[in-house]
Design a protein around this ligand. Sequence first.
Ligand code: HEM
Length: 406
Amino acid sequence: MNDTTLTRNPALPEFWLRKDPQTAFAEMRREKAVHWHDEPPSAWFPEGGRGFWSVVRYEDVVRVSRDQDTFTSEHGTEIVDMTPEMVHIFGGMLNMSGDAHAHHRAIVNRVLTPRTVEALGGTIREHARRCIDRVAARGGCDFMRDMVGDFPAQVICELLGVPVADRARLVELTATALSAYGTAEAYDAMLEIIAYAEGLVARAREQVSDSASFLRRLLSAQVDGEHMSDHEIAVFFALLATAGIETTATSIGQGMYALSRHPDQRRRWQGDFQRLAPRAVEELVRWVTPVRYFRRTATRDTEIAGQPIAQGDKVVLWYASANRDERVFARAEDLDFFRPEEQHLGFGGGGPHFCLGAVLARKEITVFFEELFARLPDIEVSGEPEPLHSNFVNGLASLPVRYTPA
Ligand code: HEM
């Protein structure tokens, strides 16, 4: 690897620890639409992988996202290459394409609907209150560890009907699967989640209860007369558990940090919470961009903005860059709840894989901030945030906050 590919390679977790990753992206966007990057060594490829193209501009991320025929998800959406079996275990529908994906998505769309999320509203609020109340009297805490804590995990567990006694283990496994992504340890964690889910699905089949209702609806949902198998439901369960926890925690944690850096926006939101909430939540997701990238693979020789791309090449869509593209978002570094409503790419570039959990994520973020501002209206960041060591999720390990005890 030469110097430039090292200092400007967003696949390296170190790239994200530097002070100005967005300055590097701004330079890349100005120079050209697509950049070649060498691939850092990983647990599977100690010598480094085969390298990939980075797509950094908004319009190209959208174009590639919407063209699954040319840029498929079925060879994996992580940068690192995996065997077909691992691609399936780690991603399920996320790593499918074409008719197979459309069919699967049509089935789960019947079950994970806005009504399902609406019905979960009371539970989401209860968990948000519990998370805030457990440290409200302290006057200060670590926002990530003590307050956001297990909030999104509990919500997903409620949705999936995971018994309370099993939740801690499941959360531990999803954390291993995500933090050690692409390693044997992460793979084993995914296999354990799937085996656990298969047991839960088998029990849901026998049992009519409120907690089993989501899995029971998945069991009975069908499109063109076809059901999902128990194994498919278990893989979907694992995808929801891994896709829905860290992303939402990141939106809330980095969202709190964003609000602390833009006090005028925060004041206006707190002053008119309900009216501004839909715009504020979208703008927080744009500013934070919890998921920094997903990858595609070219199915044929093609081009992106004039750059030839060979069949089989890996193409990485940097939402983190596209969401700061100044051609689309004026003063993109500013958090601005009143900017023109331009579709951000935090939930993906549109097309068939657009985030299936977006409605749930928006609801969780809205309810959490609503409860937070109601209980601890003067909460403020009191120290430096500590980022997670990842090239994939823009998460925080820690964020010190203080407030008047309640
Ligand atoms: C703010 C929080 C979230 C962010 C930023 C986010 C981001 C994304 C992105 C960027 C994609 C597109 C993947 C691609 O194009 O390859 C995606 C897909 C997906 N997300 Fe989310 N997500 C969030 C929350 C959730 C939640 C809460 C759930 C589950 C309840 C969820 C479940 C999924 C699933 C199942 C897919 C795959 C959809 C498909 O392949 O058709 N996400 N998400």
